[in-house]
Design a protein around this ligand. Structure first.
Ligand code: UDP
Length: 246
């Protein structure tokens, strides 16, 4: 684990992607966005931005709509997935507003063109925004049904040459079972992609893990619930689990 020395306090990667699920924005509610929670997460992003790190953000849509639950209730799966993608746009706009309230320049970049609301995804343009230290919020997932925002996060992280994906969750790493339900759950400091897949550890969906594995992209899982936690994990001093090659 990190030793807290000066050397380890420098961010390890100059450019990273942070993935959060839509549910992280709900606070104590059972649906939608909770603005104080969105602001709290935006403050976490601000601390990392102040370190000079270039930040990509991917936010899910599960707090509003998930394609699978729509199709389970009889909707056409493709239409339901498009509704899920639209949900991610709403979350992205909510986060954009919170970040800009803190004085951070941002761009919402959508995989589905929506010119009045946000920019279309153009890789080189997005890279330029990052170089200018604007936080890029990638919305509408991959733009394709049957995918998830975990896969979108992995894809964008690779396209943007990010050093790693930081997945902010409700717990401080990866456990063999849910520590909120099982007090004997065992926590990993480090785990391989293949172990995540074979043990079916709940980190990201299998296609996202396989894509990260095939491209050697580390996934770092940490808690969103400790103030300053994201910045300390980036500097290597906080508590996290890293998923990397064996
Ligand atoms: N979605 C999709 N294609 C994508 C990304 C997302 O169809 O590339 C849809 C899918 O229906 C998904 C919903 O958007 O259920 C919300 O995304 P996700 O479930 O990944 O959100 P999270 O669980 O991270 O909140």
């Amino acid at each position: 684990m990190p030793d807290g020395s000066d050397e380890s306090e420098k961010p390890k990667y100059p450019r990273i992607l942070m993935k959060i699920s839509g549910e992280a924005l709900m606070g104590d509610q059972s649906f939608g966005l909770h603005p104080p929670t969105v602001k709290r997460i935006a403050e976490e992003v601000q601390k990392v931005h102040e370190l000079g790190v270039e930040i990509c953000l991917v936010i899910g849509g599960g707090n509003i709509f998930r394609g699978l639950s729509g199709s389970a209730q009889g909707m056409d799966r493709t239409s339901a997935d498009y509704m899920g993608m639209l949900a991610t746009i709403m979350n992205a706009l909510g986060m954009q507003s919170a970040l800009e309230g803190l004085g951070i320049h941002t761009r919402v970049i959508s995989a589905i063109p929506m010119d009045q609301i946000c920019e279309p995804y153009i890789r080189r343009r997005a890279v330029r925004h990052l170089e200018k230290k604007r936080v890029c919020i990638f919305a509408a997932g991959t733009g394709n049904p049957y995918f998830t925002t975990d896969t979108a996060a992995t894809l964008r992280a690779m396209e943007m040459n990010c050093g790693a994906i930081y997945k902010g969750t409700q717990v401080d790493g990866i456990y063999d079972s849910d520590p909120r339900e099982n007090p004997d759950a065992v926590r990993y400091d480090r785990v391989s992609y293949d172990e995540v897949l074979t043990k079916n550890l709940k980190v990201m969906d299998a296609s996202a893990i396989a894509l990260a594995r095939d491209n050697d992209l580390p996934i770092i899982v940490f808690s969103l619930n400790h103030p300053g936690g994201f910045a300390s994990v980036l500097s290597g001093t906080g508590k996290f689990t890293i998923v990397e090659a064996a």
